[in-house]
Write a new protein. Structure first.
Ligand SMILES: Nc1ncnc2c1ncn2[C@@H]1O[C@H](COP(=O)(O)OP(=O)(O)O)[C@@H](O)[C@H]1O
Ligand SMILES: [Mg+2]
Lengths: 338, 289
């Protein structure tokens, strides 16, 4: 009855493997055929604006949503045909909290242990271990409803780890948290990587966080538009990002094209373009540019630039258009989820 | 893998394959959670304590001034008692079922749905939990039976307990089945109001079910609650010291075209309804998007 699986762990196997995965909601294509392979032990990030299809992809990988097309294996098991096996091997932290606020932290974890059938003799030790890991052991008897957003998130991470999953999915683990809490969550995630033999699949729409990942996939409008290590992605741009504020953006864009042969766009309210060796370009720009420049900003390539070079807009701009799209969609599908 | 073992000897948790014991453990914890939630909700406890008194004594005593003659000397409270019991159980059970809608709104439902156990275990745990909470309510009403003129007698207590337990289960299952489809609390509450009140009023909880207008007779016989109220009333009336005439007028029993429906069949109807709805609820929750 209590036979444990210890030998179902194929070595050198992919933790996650995805082929042409799709999800349609009516006519709307939330995920449009993505391919991925994630090695065991990797920290893999999904980066993209709200509405890109990150949560939908995670839901399919976690067996909560049935794909409309393609297939996926998690920990070696098919997410449609072997749901139960997939579920035994994954830990999940959803974007929206899934704790029971009326129960204490400890009760929430014990409930999880029961649902996952963790052998009784191990529960106490494991409970202590995961709560220590996220620094909540001394708060174990408090009701979860009294916790701050950051504490709840930490508790959810602890809960997701209770059953030692092989793959831990974290959907926007730091969304809505203040910068200090965000960085503390990240230090927990990094510690966790050292303590446990685990693959982490996370999503974020914060560019800076994607840098913590071994590899990232940039997702936009249901498609993966780039996939590599953060360094390689940035190196692929090769250009620094320059933003200038002028009184007449249209004229400035025309002037840049005329005089320097540069294609610029308006992003985040400023004329934005990429050039190699930005610091050397600025003096030249000031000497030869026909229009007054109110301010200038030069930045090394970031993942945002990578995003921009593939999509033509920054992630923040993409968010606002998506938010608009979302509102339109809301009127169509009344209810649904947040 | 080995290095992990050295550093963290207790970390070697492996989730066992799905076993019957594992499913039972899941059912048990989902059931327990309902009880914990109920016992920590003081307001709900208080409501469940006061409501039966309100109905039995305020309604029972108030109305009895009007109806003294037609009850043949029997206190209206005694007559209403089975109906009040059914109602108390019904409201509590629906309220428990509503918790699944809250769970969905607050996200906790996902934690349960993604666990490596059958969805049926989650649904059964929920239904049993709701039924248990509703049964507390039922026990309370049984306990105050003396105040309504119902004698304390082992047969009454055990039969009434059994019937209300079954009713509690069936109603919770009904609520859980609806909660699979109705995803917002507001709509759920509205639907509950819309369905529960007619079910209650049509069931004969407040009146004897013979000599009714034809349309009301039909609706009464369709109402499943009828088949829970009637046996409770029969059990209670079996132990009352009243004349046969009064008995026949107040406890005529449910008939189908002149045929007296036996108590056992009535109870079976309630049980079968519950099982069918349980099946539907499980099927609904087993679907994925
Ligand atoms: N159940 C659903 N029904 C209809 N549309 C949905 C549903 N779930 C998600 N969507 C839509 O799919 C798109 C992708 O959503 P999501 O995966 O949540 O994006 P992300 O997590 O990247 O912000 C959004 O436009 C969203 O409105
Ligand atoms: Mg999301």
């Amino acid at each position: 009855m209590t036979e444990l699986i210890t030998t179902d762990r194929p070595t050198a196997q992919l933790a996650v493997s995805v082929n042409g995965l799709e999800k349609n909601y009516g006519d709307f294509q939330a995920v449009r055929g993505i391919d991925l392979s994630i090695a065991s032990g990797e920290t893999f990030g999904f980066l993209g604006p709200n509405g890109a299809g990150k949560s939908t992809t995670i839901s399919m990988l976690c067996t909560l949503v049935t794909p409309s097309g393609g297939n996926a294996q998690v920990a070696g098991f098919d997410v449609v045909r072997q749901r139960a096996e997939v579920r035994r091997n994954i830990g999940l932290v959803f974007q929206d909290t899934t704790l029971d606020g009326y129960l204490t932290a400890e009760r929430n974890l014990r409930l999880h242990a029961e649902l996952y059938g963790i052998p009784r003799g191990m529960v106490n030790d494991r409970l202590r271990q995961v709560l220590d890991m996220v620094g909540l052991w001394d708060r174990k008897d408090s009701k979860v409803s009294t916790f701050s957003g950051g504490m709840k998130r930490r508790l959810e991470i602890a809960r997701g780890l209770m059953h030692s999953p092989r793959v831990l999915f974290l959907d926007e683990p730091t969304v809505g948290l203040d910068p200090q809490t965000r960085s503390s969550i990240w230090s927990y995630i990094r510690e966790l990587k050292q303590a446990e033999d685990i693959t982490i699949f996370l999503t974020t729409h914060y560019m800076d966080e994607a840098e913590y990942c071994d590899r990232i996939a940039i997702m936009d409008q249901g498609k993966i538009i780039a996939l590599d290590t953060p360094e390689a992605l940035k190196a692929s741009i090769g250009k620094d990002r320059v933003q200038i504020h002028t009184d007449d953006d249209a004229a400035a864009i025309a002037a840049l094209a005329d005089q320097f042969g540069i294609t610029a766009t308006v992003a985040e309210g400023a004329v934005t373009f990429g050039v190699e060796r930005g610091e050397a370009f600025i003096p030249k720009l000031f000497a030869e540019f026909p229009l007054p420049i109110r301010s200038v900003n030069v930045a090394r390539p970031t993942l945002d630039d990578v995003f921009m070079s593939y999509t033509g807009s920054t992630i923040r701009d993409a968010e606002t258009t998506v938010a608009q799209r979302g509102r339109d969609a809301m009127t169509m599908f009344r209810g649904g989820r947040r | 893998m080995t290095s992990t073992e050295v550093r963290l000897p207790v970390a070697k948790v492996r989730v066992p394959v799905r076993t019957r014991a594992g499913e039972l453990r899941a059912i048990k914890i989902v059931w327990q959670r309902e009880l914990i939630r109920f016992s920590s909700d003081r307001l709900r406890m208080l409501t469940s304590l006061t409501q039966p008194f309100l109905f039995l004594f305020v309604l029972g005593s108030g109305l009895s001034r009007l109806t003294q003659a037609s009850t043949g000397g029997l206190s209206l409270r005694t007559f209403l008692y089975p109906g009040i019991l059914a109602m108390a159980v019904m409201f509590t059970a629906m309220f428990s079922a509503a918790s699944i809608v809250w769970d969905r709104e607050f996200g906790f439902l996902r934690e349960m749905l993604v666990a490596p156990v059958r969805r049926s275990s989650i649904v059964i745990g929920k239904c049993l939990g709701g039924a248990t909470v509703a049964t507390f309510q039922g026990i309370l009403v049984i306990a105050i039976g003396g105040l309504a003129g119902v004698p304390y007698n082992a047969t009454i207590i055990f039969s009434v307990f059994g019937i209300q337990l079954l009713l509690a289960f069936t109603i919770t299952t009904f609520g859980v089945m609806m909660a699979a489809r109705v995803k917002q609390m507001q709509s759920f509450m509205a639907l509950t109001q819309m369905l529960v009140m007619p079910l209650f009023f049509l069931s004969g909880a407040m009146f004897p079910v013979s000599h009714l207008p034809a349309w009301l007779t039909v609706l009464n016989r369709i109402d499943p609650l009828t088949y829970a109220v009637d046996p409770i009333r029969r059990v209670v009336f079996n132990h009352l010291d009243i004349s046969p005439a009064v008995r026949t007028s107040l406890d005529p029993g449910v008939t189908w075209g002149g045929w007296h429906v036996p108590t056992l069949l009535e109870v079976a109807i309630v049980a079968i309804m519950g099982l069918i709805m349980l099946g539907v609820a499980i099927a609904e929750f087993s679907k994925t998007e």
